[in-house]
Write a protein that binds this ligand. Structure first.
Ligand SMILES: [Zn+2]
Length: 320
């Protein structure tokens, strides 16, 4: 039982204009025609649902990869995860296409390059004020450390008013966890974070999906448009199989691998956000003016929490 873990996802948001820091946006469930609870699309604090207007996105991995996996195995795994989402997109018209680019060094930040960075030494990200998602005067520099319970983290930079995603970066935690493949990791250790499991989930955040249940520490419990409360992630009796088994479910267990394969709920979410491009959806890349855009840094954390809650590196919205 000692290695039994509960997992949670936490949300962290930093408002780039007048709203208070750490304000958290509302979640909203969508409903099928049969009324069943379904996937959740990330929303901005202004109520816009996030999306990529440019339907072809490239993700650039840092060449260092991770020492936890041998050879280039990590790149094979992340490419396979992207392909899983691409295959899902094909079922509804090829609405988005994700490509793994050639590795290149670089850090997370608002540079319109979608980066994948493994953190094997410090589970922290340096803050470059020249690539700050928000008003530069609000940037304090330094570095930000993430929730040590988080196996992965996706940060979206988007326009609060339109919801258009402008940049997205994925970080993977090789400090708190042994990043594993099939239950094996060069790092040893008993707390395994299967890379395919974690990364496939993070890609869901990358395209604009949120978790299929609500975390109480992320704000008031929201209601959907039918007035139904979104179920608490900890209220296990309320979590339907569609919610619990989804890749976008908010928790994972030690060494779990089932999130590497998408469920119908995840695919429905993808297809809702990215239906077949009919040419009439205004799918043109934004002009992109970081100086004037109202932006929001939004981080989604795939967290693995042991029985006793771990505190986050900074005050905020991390929770189980
Ligand atoms: Zn997540």
């Amino acid at each position: 039982m000692g290695v039994r873990m509960a997992i949670a996802i936490a949300l962290l948001a930093m408002w780039a204009s007048a709203a208070p820091a750490d304000e958290v946006r509302q979640l909203k469930f969508h409903h099928n025609s049969d009324g069943a609870l379904h996937f959740v699309q990330t929303e901005t604090v202004a109520g816009a649902q996030v999306f990529w207007s440019e339907r072809s996105q490239v993700l650039i991995p840092h060449p260092a990869g991770t020492v936890h996996l041998s050879g280039d195995r990590e790149f094979e795994i992340i490419e396979r995860a992207l392909d899983a989402w691409n295959a899902a997109a094909l079922t509804c018209g090829d609405g988005i296409r994700l490509t793994l680019g050639e590795p290149e060094p670089g850090e997370v930040g608002f540079d319109r390059i979608n980066r994948i960075v493994f953190r094997d030494e410090r589970w922290c990200a340096p803050i470059d004020c020249d690539a700050f998602c928000g008003r530069r005067e609000d940037c304090r520099g330094g570095e930000v450390c993430h929730n040590p319970s988080a196996a992965g983290l996706t940060t979206l930079c988007y326009n609060v008013e339109s919801g258009e995603i402008l940049d997205a970066d994925i970080e993977l935690n090789g400090v708190s966890f042994a990043i594993s493949d099939g239950g094996l990791s060069e790092a040893g250790g008993s707390e395994l974070a299967d890379l395919a499991n974690t990364f496939t989930h993070e890609v869901g955040h990358f395209i604009g999906l949120d978790h299929t249940c609500w975390n109480p520490e992320n704000g008031p419990q929201p209601s959907d448009h039918q007035g139904n409360l979104v179920p608490d992630c900890r209220a296990t009796a309320l979590l339907t199989p569609e919610i619990r088994e989804a890749t976008m479910f908010a928790t994972q267990t030690n060494g779990e691998t089932k999130k590497a394969t998408l469920e119908q709920d995840d695919i429905d979410g993808l297809c809702r956000i990215y239906p077949a491009d009919t040419g009439g959806c205004g799918c043109t890349a934004g002009s992109g003016n970081p100086g004037s855009a109202v932006l929001l840094v939004f981080a989604l954390v795939l967290a693995v929490l042991p029985r006793s809650r771990q505190s986050a590196c900074r005050a905020g919205r991390f929770s189980d």
